[in-house]
Design a protein around this ligand. Structure first.
Ligand code: SF4
Length: 332
């Protein structure tokens, strides 16, 4: 069974130190079953009232500041992610939920797939960063040169990967001929679409090791088909995400303007959670353009009845940039 360090003692210390009377706890869905455990600890050791957010939380982009204000809490405890830049004034403490198991054994399974490469870029999610140096050492014993990229963009740590910012991987692309991503396939696919080099996925959750090239090609075929569909469509729904760091209304307005200039129609939609059910309520919209989480469009698009394009894909559909620009520069 996979287990993660919830740092419950630090949580208690933070509540006491900050004299918090009410606290909002945000857990990724996979950690929500730990709510009972954390609740018991808080009740045993403090007088604080703990609220557990039941909404999904997929990233540091989704700090629940508005919920915190409505509940009038003194503190947010956000689990599983590192901070996104924010000017919000709600006190927040982050808990990275580091894994309590070592990924080295599963990385051994990747060695065959790395045969033929000489220099590999190595990254993982915040949960497994503590294993990165030992994985590096063990890969270097096989003769590979391993490079761990420096933190950049939205990442906090060297070697960290998140789903919507692959700038650390891009920063070492001249120095490596491949990448090893220790994370779910979701992160490996994001990397493959951005870096244009072979990406090996080592997934500690499914215990699967694979080259994601086939998945990347399938995704690119889907993306291209959606762009073609958009070229022949008339009504677009431009989505503004209402989660804190996904909110980009100016980009949505710019894209709406561009779509209109091309003689088509666009309506603005806004939502916290963009799901197939939410979008199905707008049956006349032929294609959606998403300015919120860029992974929504890319991962499992079959879930949605209509195509969803990312902003740069919309630029391709509107003939502002070429498909080659998009794919060669990894602008997804
Ligand atoms: S924007 Fe999407 S990919 Fe980026 S952190 Fe948020 S949920 Fe993850």
């Amino acid at each position: 069974l996979l287990s993660f360090n919830l740092e419950e003692e630090r949580l208690i210390e933070e509540i006491i130190k900050r004299k918090a009377k009410k606290i909002l706890i945000q857990l990724p869905n996979g950690l929500k079953p730990s709510a009972r455990f954390l609740h018991r600890k808080i009740e045993e050791k403090t007088n604080a009232v703990a609220y557990f957010s039941a909404d999904p939380c997929y990233g540091g982009c989704d700090l629940a500041v508005e919920d915190a204000r409505r509940l009038n809490v003194d503190l947010i405890a956000h689990y599983g992610h590192t901070p996104f830049p924010s000017n919000e004034d709600v006190q927040t403490v982050y808990f990275e939920a580091r894994a309590r198991y070592d990924v080295s054994a599963i990385v051994q399974k990747a060695k065959n797939l790395l045969l033929g490469f000489r220099k590999v870029g190595l990254v993982t999610t915040v949960q497994h960063l503590q294993d990165l140096e030992s994985v590096k050492e063990s890969l270097e014993k096989t003769g590979l040169k391993v490079i761990i990229p420096k933190a950049a963009g939205l990442t906090k740590y060297d070697g960290q990967v998140i789903g919507c910012d692959y700038s650390p991987l891009k920063s070492i692309s001249e120095q490596v001929d491949s990448y090893l991503v220790i994370a779910s396939t979701f992160h490996a696919l994001g990397a493959a679409l951005t870096v244009n080099k072979p990406v090996i996925s080592v997934d500690p959750y499914s215990n699967e090791v694979k080259d994601v090239e086939r998945l990347k090609r399938r995704t690119l075929r889907q993306r291209y088909a959606f762009i073609l569909k958009a070229r022949g469509s008339n009504l677009f729904g431009v989505i503004i995400g209402l989660k804190l760091a996904q909110y980009n209304p100016n980009l949505a307005l710019t894209l709406r303007e561009l779509i209109r200039k091309k003689g088509k129609h666009a309506i603005l939609l806004c939502a916290r959670e963009v799901t197939p059910e939410v979008l199905a309520n707008f049956p006349e919209v032929e294609v959606f353009v998403n300015t919120a989480c860029p992974r929504l469009a890319i991962d499992n698009p079959e879930r949605f009845k209509k195509p969803i394009l990312n902003p740069n894909e919309t630029l391709v559909a509107m003939d502002e940039i070429s498909w080659e620009d998009l794919t060669e520069k990894g602008l997804f």
